[in-house]
Design a protein around this ligand. Structure first.
Ligand SMILES: Cc1ncc(COP(=O)(O)O)c(C=O)c1O
Length: 401
């Protein structure tokens, strides 16, 4: 064989190996709120007001902080049984069997794995628009068709439209309260979806923000052995986004399908200890829910007084209609050291605001008022889709709008 031919065959083989490795690597690129928020964010300046990623400015409760500190000296050991204690605590509280729960470092992983497990080029991914994008990123990887359905007039998931959009559905993603709108989909809607969905499909109910609302959990449907998986996270009301703990709750045969993709690694024992301590804190959820609601209501009252339009939310985030290109408002707010959340292509003049502390919301109001007074509502060209590249040259799969 000539040297050139050998070289080109060698390069072709190397190229194929590389692209197989790239495909495998892409399967593990799990979108999180942090990575989605960071697509538009550079660095924060000192004193920045950061209300762009639905984080909880309060952080972990005192009992969770103590649990982390107390656990730190044992950090040299895996201590698997600590995870079992967390499982026992949660399942006993909720009246579930332990085998119906899997613990992960956050709920982003089980969200990603559920989409990979139940969607494919032949089984579509169905979601609301605007809705949380992470599942769409995973569906791009599984090769599934993405069926996006607008929210109803009252901003809940349009169950009828979701069913109609995909008779070939593999997974219906229902986020309630929804990210970004903070609006609810009633339990009856999820029941309706389960009753009418195509055979073999699964309903993934993301309850990341449920504790902020008066909504009813879908855990009873898990207990009834329905084709449903519920996601919970300690990143929101429990203030542990940087500590990392989340859960998937579902029938053991459904959870087993997620395990094909990952989730078997040991958990950080500090996260497990903090999560267990948070669950055992009797008043944590009610106190934080009340605080979040009161700051949110004060913010809404101010917005209404100023004549701004927003979507009423039951969560720690809401959509605000700036009636001008969202990107322009986000950039102008950042120039005033207030970082607000991203926009969704389907609502190009809305920005997502996270409910922070009262002083943070006051700083937001001041900056927003100044930005709105200094800009006009003239027409605009929609922004071009952004693509992010990784150091290995791959780009993040872009999501069509
Ligand atoms: C709707 C929704 N689901 C899941 C997550 C995942 O969060 P984490 O991986 O921090 O648990 C987020 C994060 O913001 C979210 O907004």
């Amino acid at each position: 064989m000539k040297t050139n031919e050998m070289l080109s065959r060698g390069s072709r083989r190397a190229f194929l190996q590389l692209s197989a490795a790239a495909t495998a690597a892409a399967a593990f690129r799990i979108a999180t709120e942090a990575s989605l928020a960071a697509e538009d964010r550079n660095v924060f300046h000192p004193g920045a007001v950061v209300i762009d990623a639905n984080e909880n400015p309060l952080g972990p409760c005192d009992a969770a902080r103590k649990a982390i500190v107390d656990m730190a000296p044992q950090g040299g050991r895996y201590s698997y049984w600590l995870k079992e204690e967390l499982v026992k605590t949660f399942t006993e509280m909720e009246g579930l069997k332990p085998e119906y729960l899997r613990v992960f470092p956050g709920s982003s992983e089980p969200l990603h794995f559920s989409v990979l497990a139940f969607t494919s080029p032949a089984r579509s991914y169905v979601t609301a628009d605007p809705g949380y994008e992470a599942g769409m990123r995973a569906a791009k990887i599984s090769g599934a068709r993405i069926a996006k359905t607008p929210l109803t007039k009252t901003y809940s998931h349009d169950i009828k439209a979701m069913l109609a959009a995909a008779p070939d559905a593999g997974l219906f993603y229902v986020c309630t309260p929804n990210n970004p709108t903070g609006t609810m989909t009633p339990h009856s809607g999820i029941e309706q979806l389960l009753a009418a969905k195509p055979k073999g499909s699964v309903v993934l109910v993301d309850e990341a923000y449920l504790h902020f609302s008066d909504g009813v959990s879908a855990l009873d449907l898990v207990k009834a052995d329905q084709d449903v998986i519920v996601l919970r996270t300690f990143s929101k009301i429990y203030g542990m986004a940087g500590i990392r703990c989340g859960m998937a709750i579902g029938r053991p045969d459904l959870l087993a399908k997620l395990e094909t993709f990952g989730g078997w690694s040991a958990m950080p024992i500090t996260a497990v200890a903090a999560a267990t301590a948070s669950l055992k804190h009797e008043h944590l959820v009610s106190e934080r829910k009340q605080l979040n609601a009161s700051i949110r209501q004060k913010t809404f009252a101010w917005l209404a007084r100023q004549g701004y339009s927003y979507v009423p939310s039951e969560s720690n985030c809401f959509m605000l209609d700036a009636q001008r290109p969202a990107k322009e408002v986000i950039d102008r707010m950042a120039a005033r050291n207030v970082y607000i959340g991203r926009a969704w292509p389907v609502w190009p003049t809305h920005v997502r605001i996270t409910v922070g502390t009262q002083p943070e919301m006051e700083a937001f109001q001041e900056a927003f008022q100044a930005v709105m007074k200094n800009s006009t509502t003239t027409g605009f060209a929609p922004a071009l889709p952004r693509r992010r590249s990784y150091p290995d040259g791959q780009s993040w799969p872009s999501v069509s709008s």
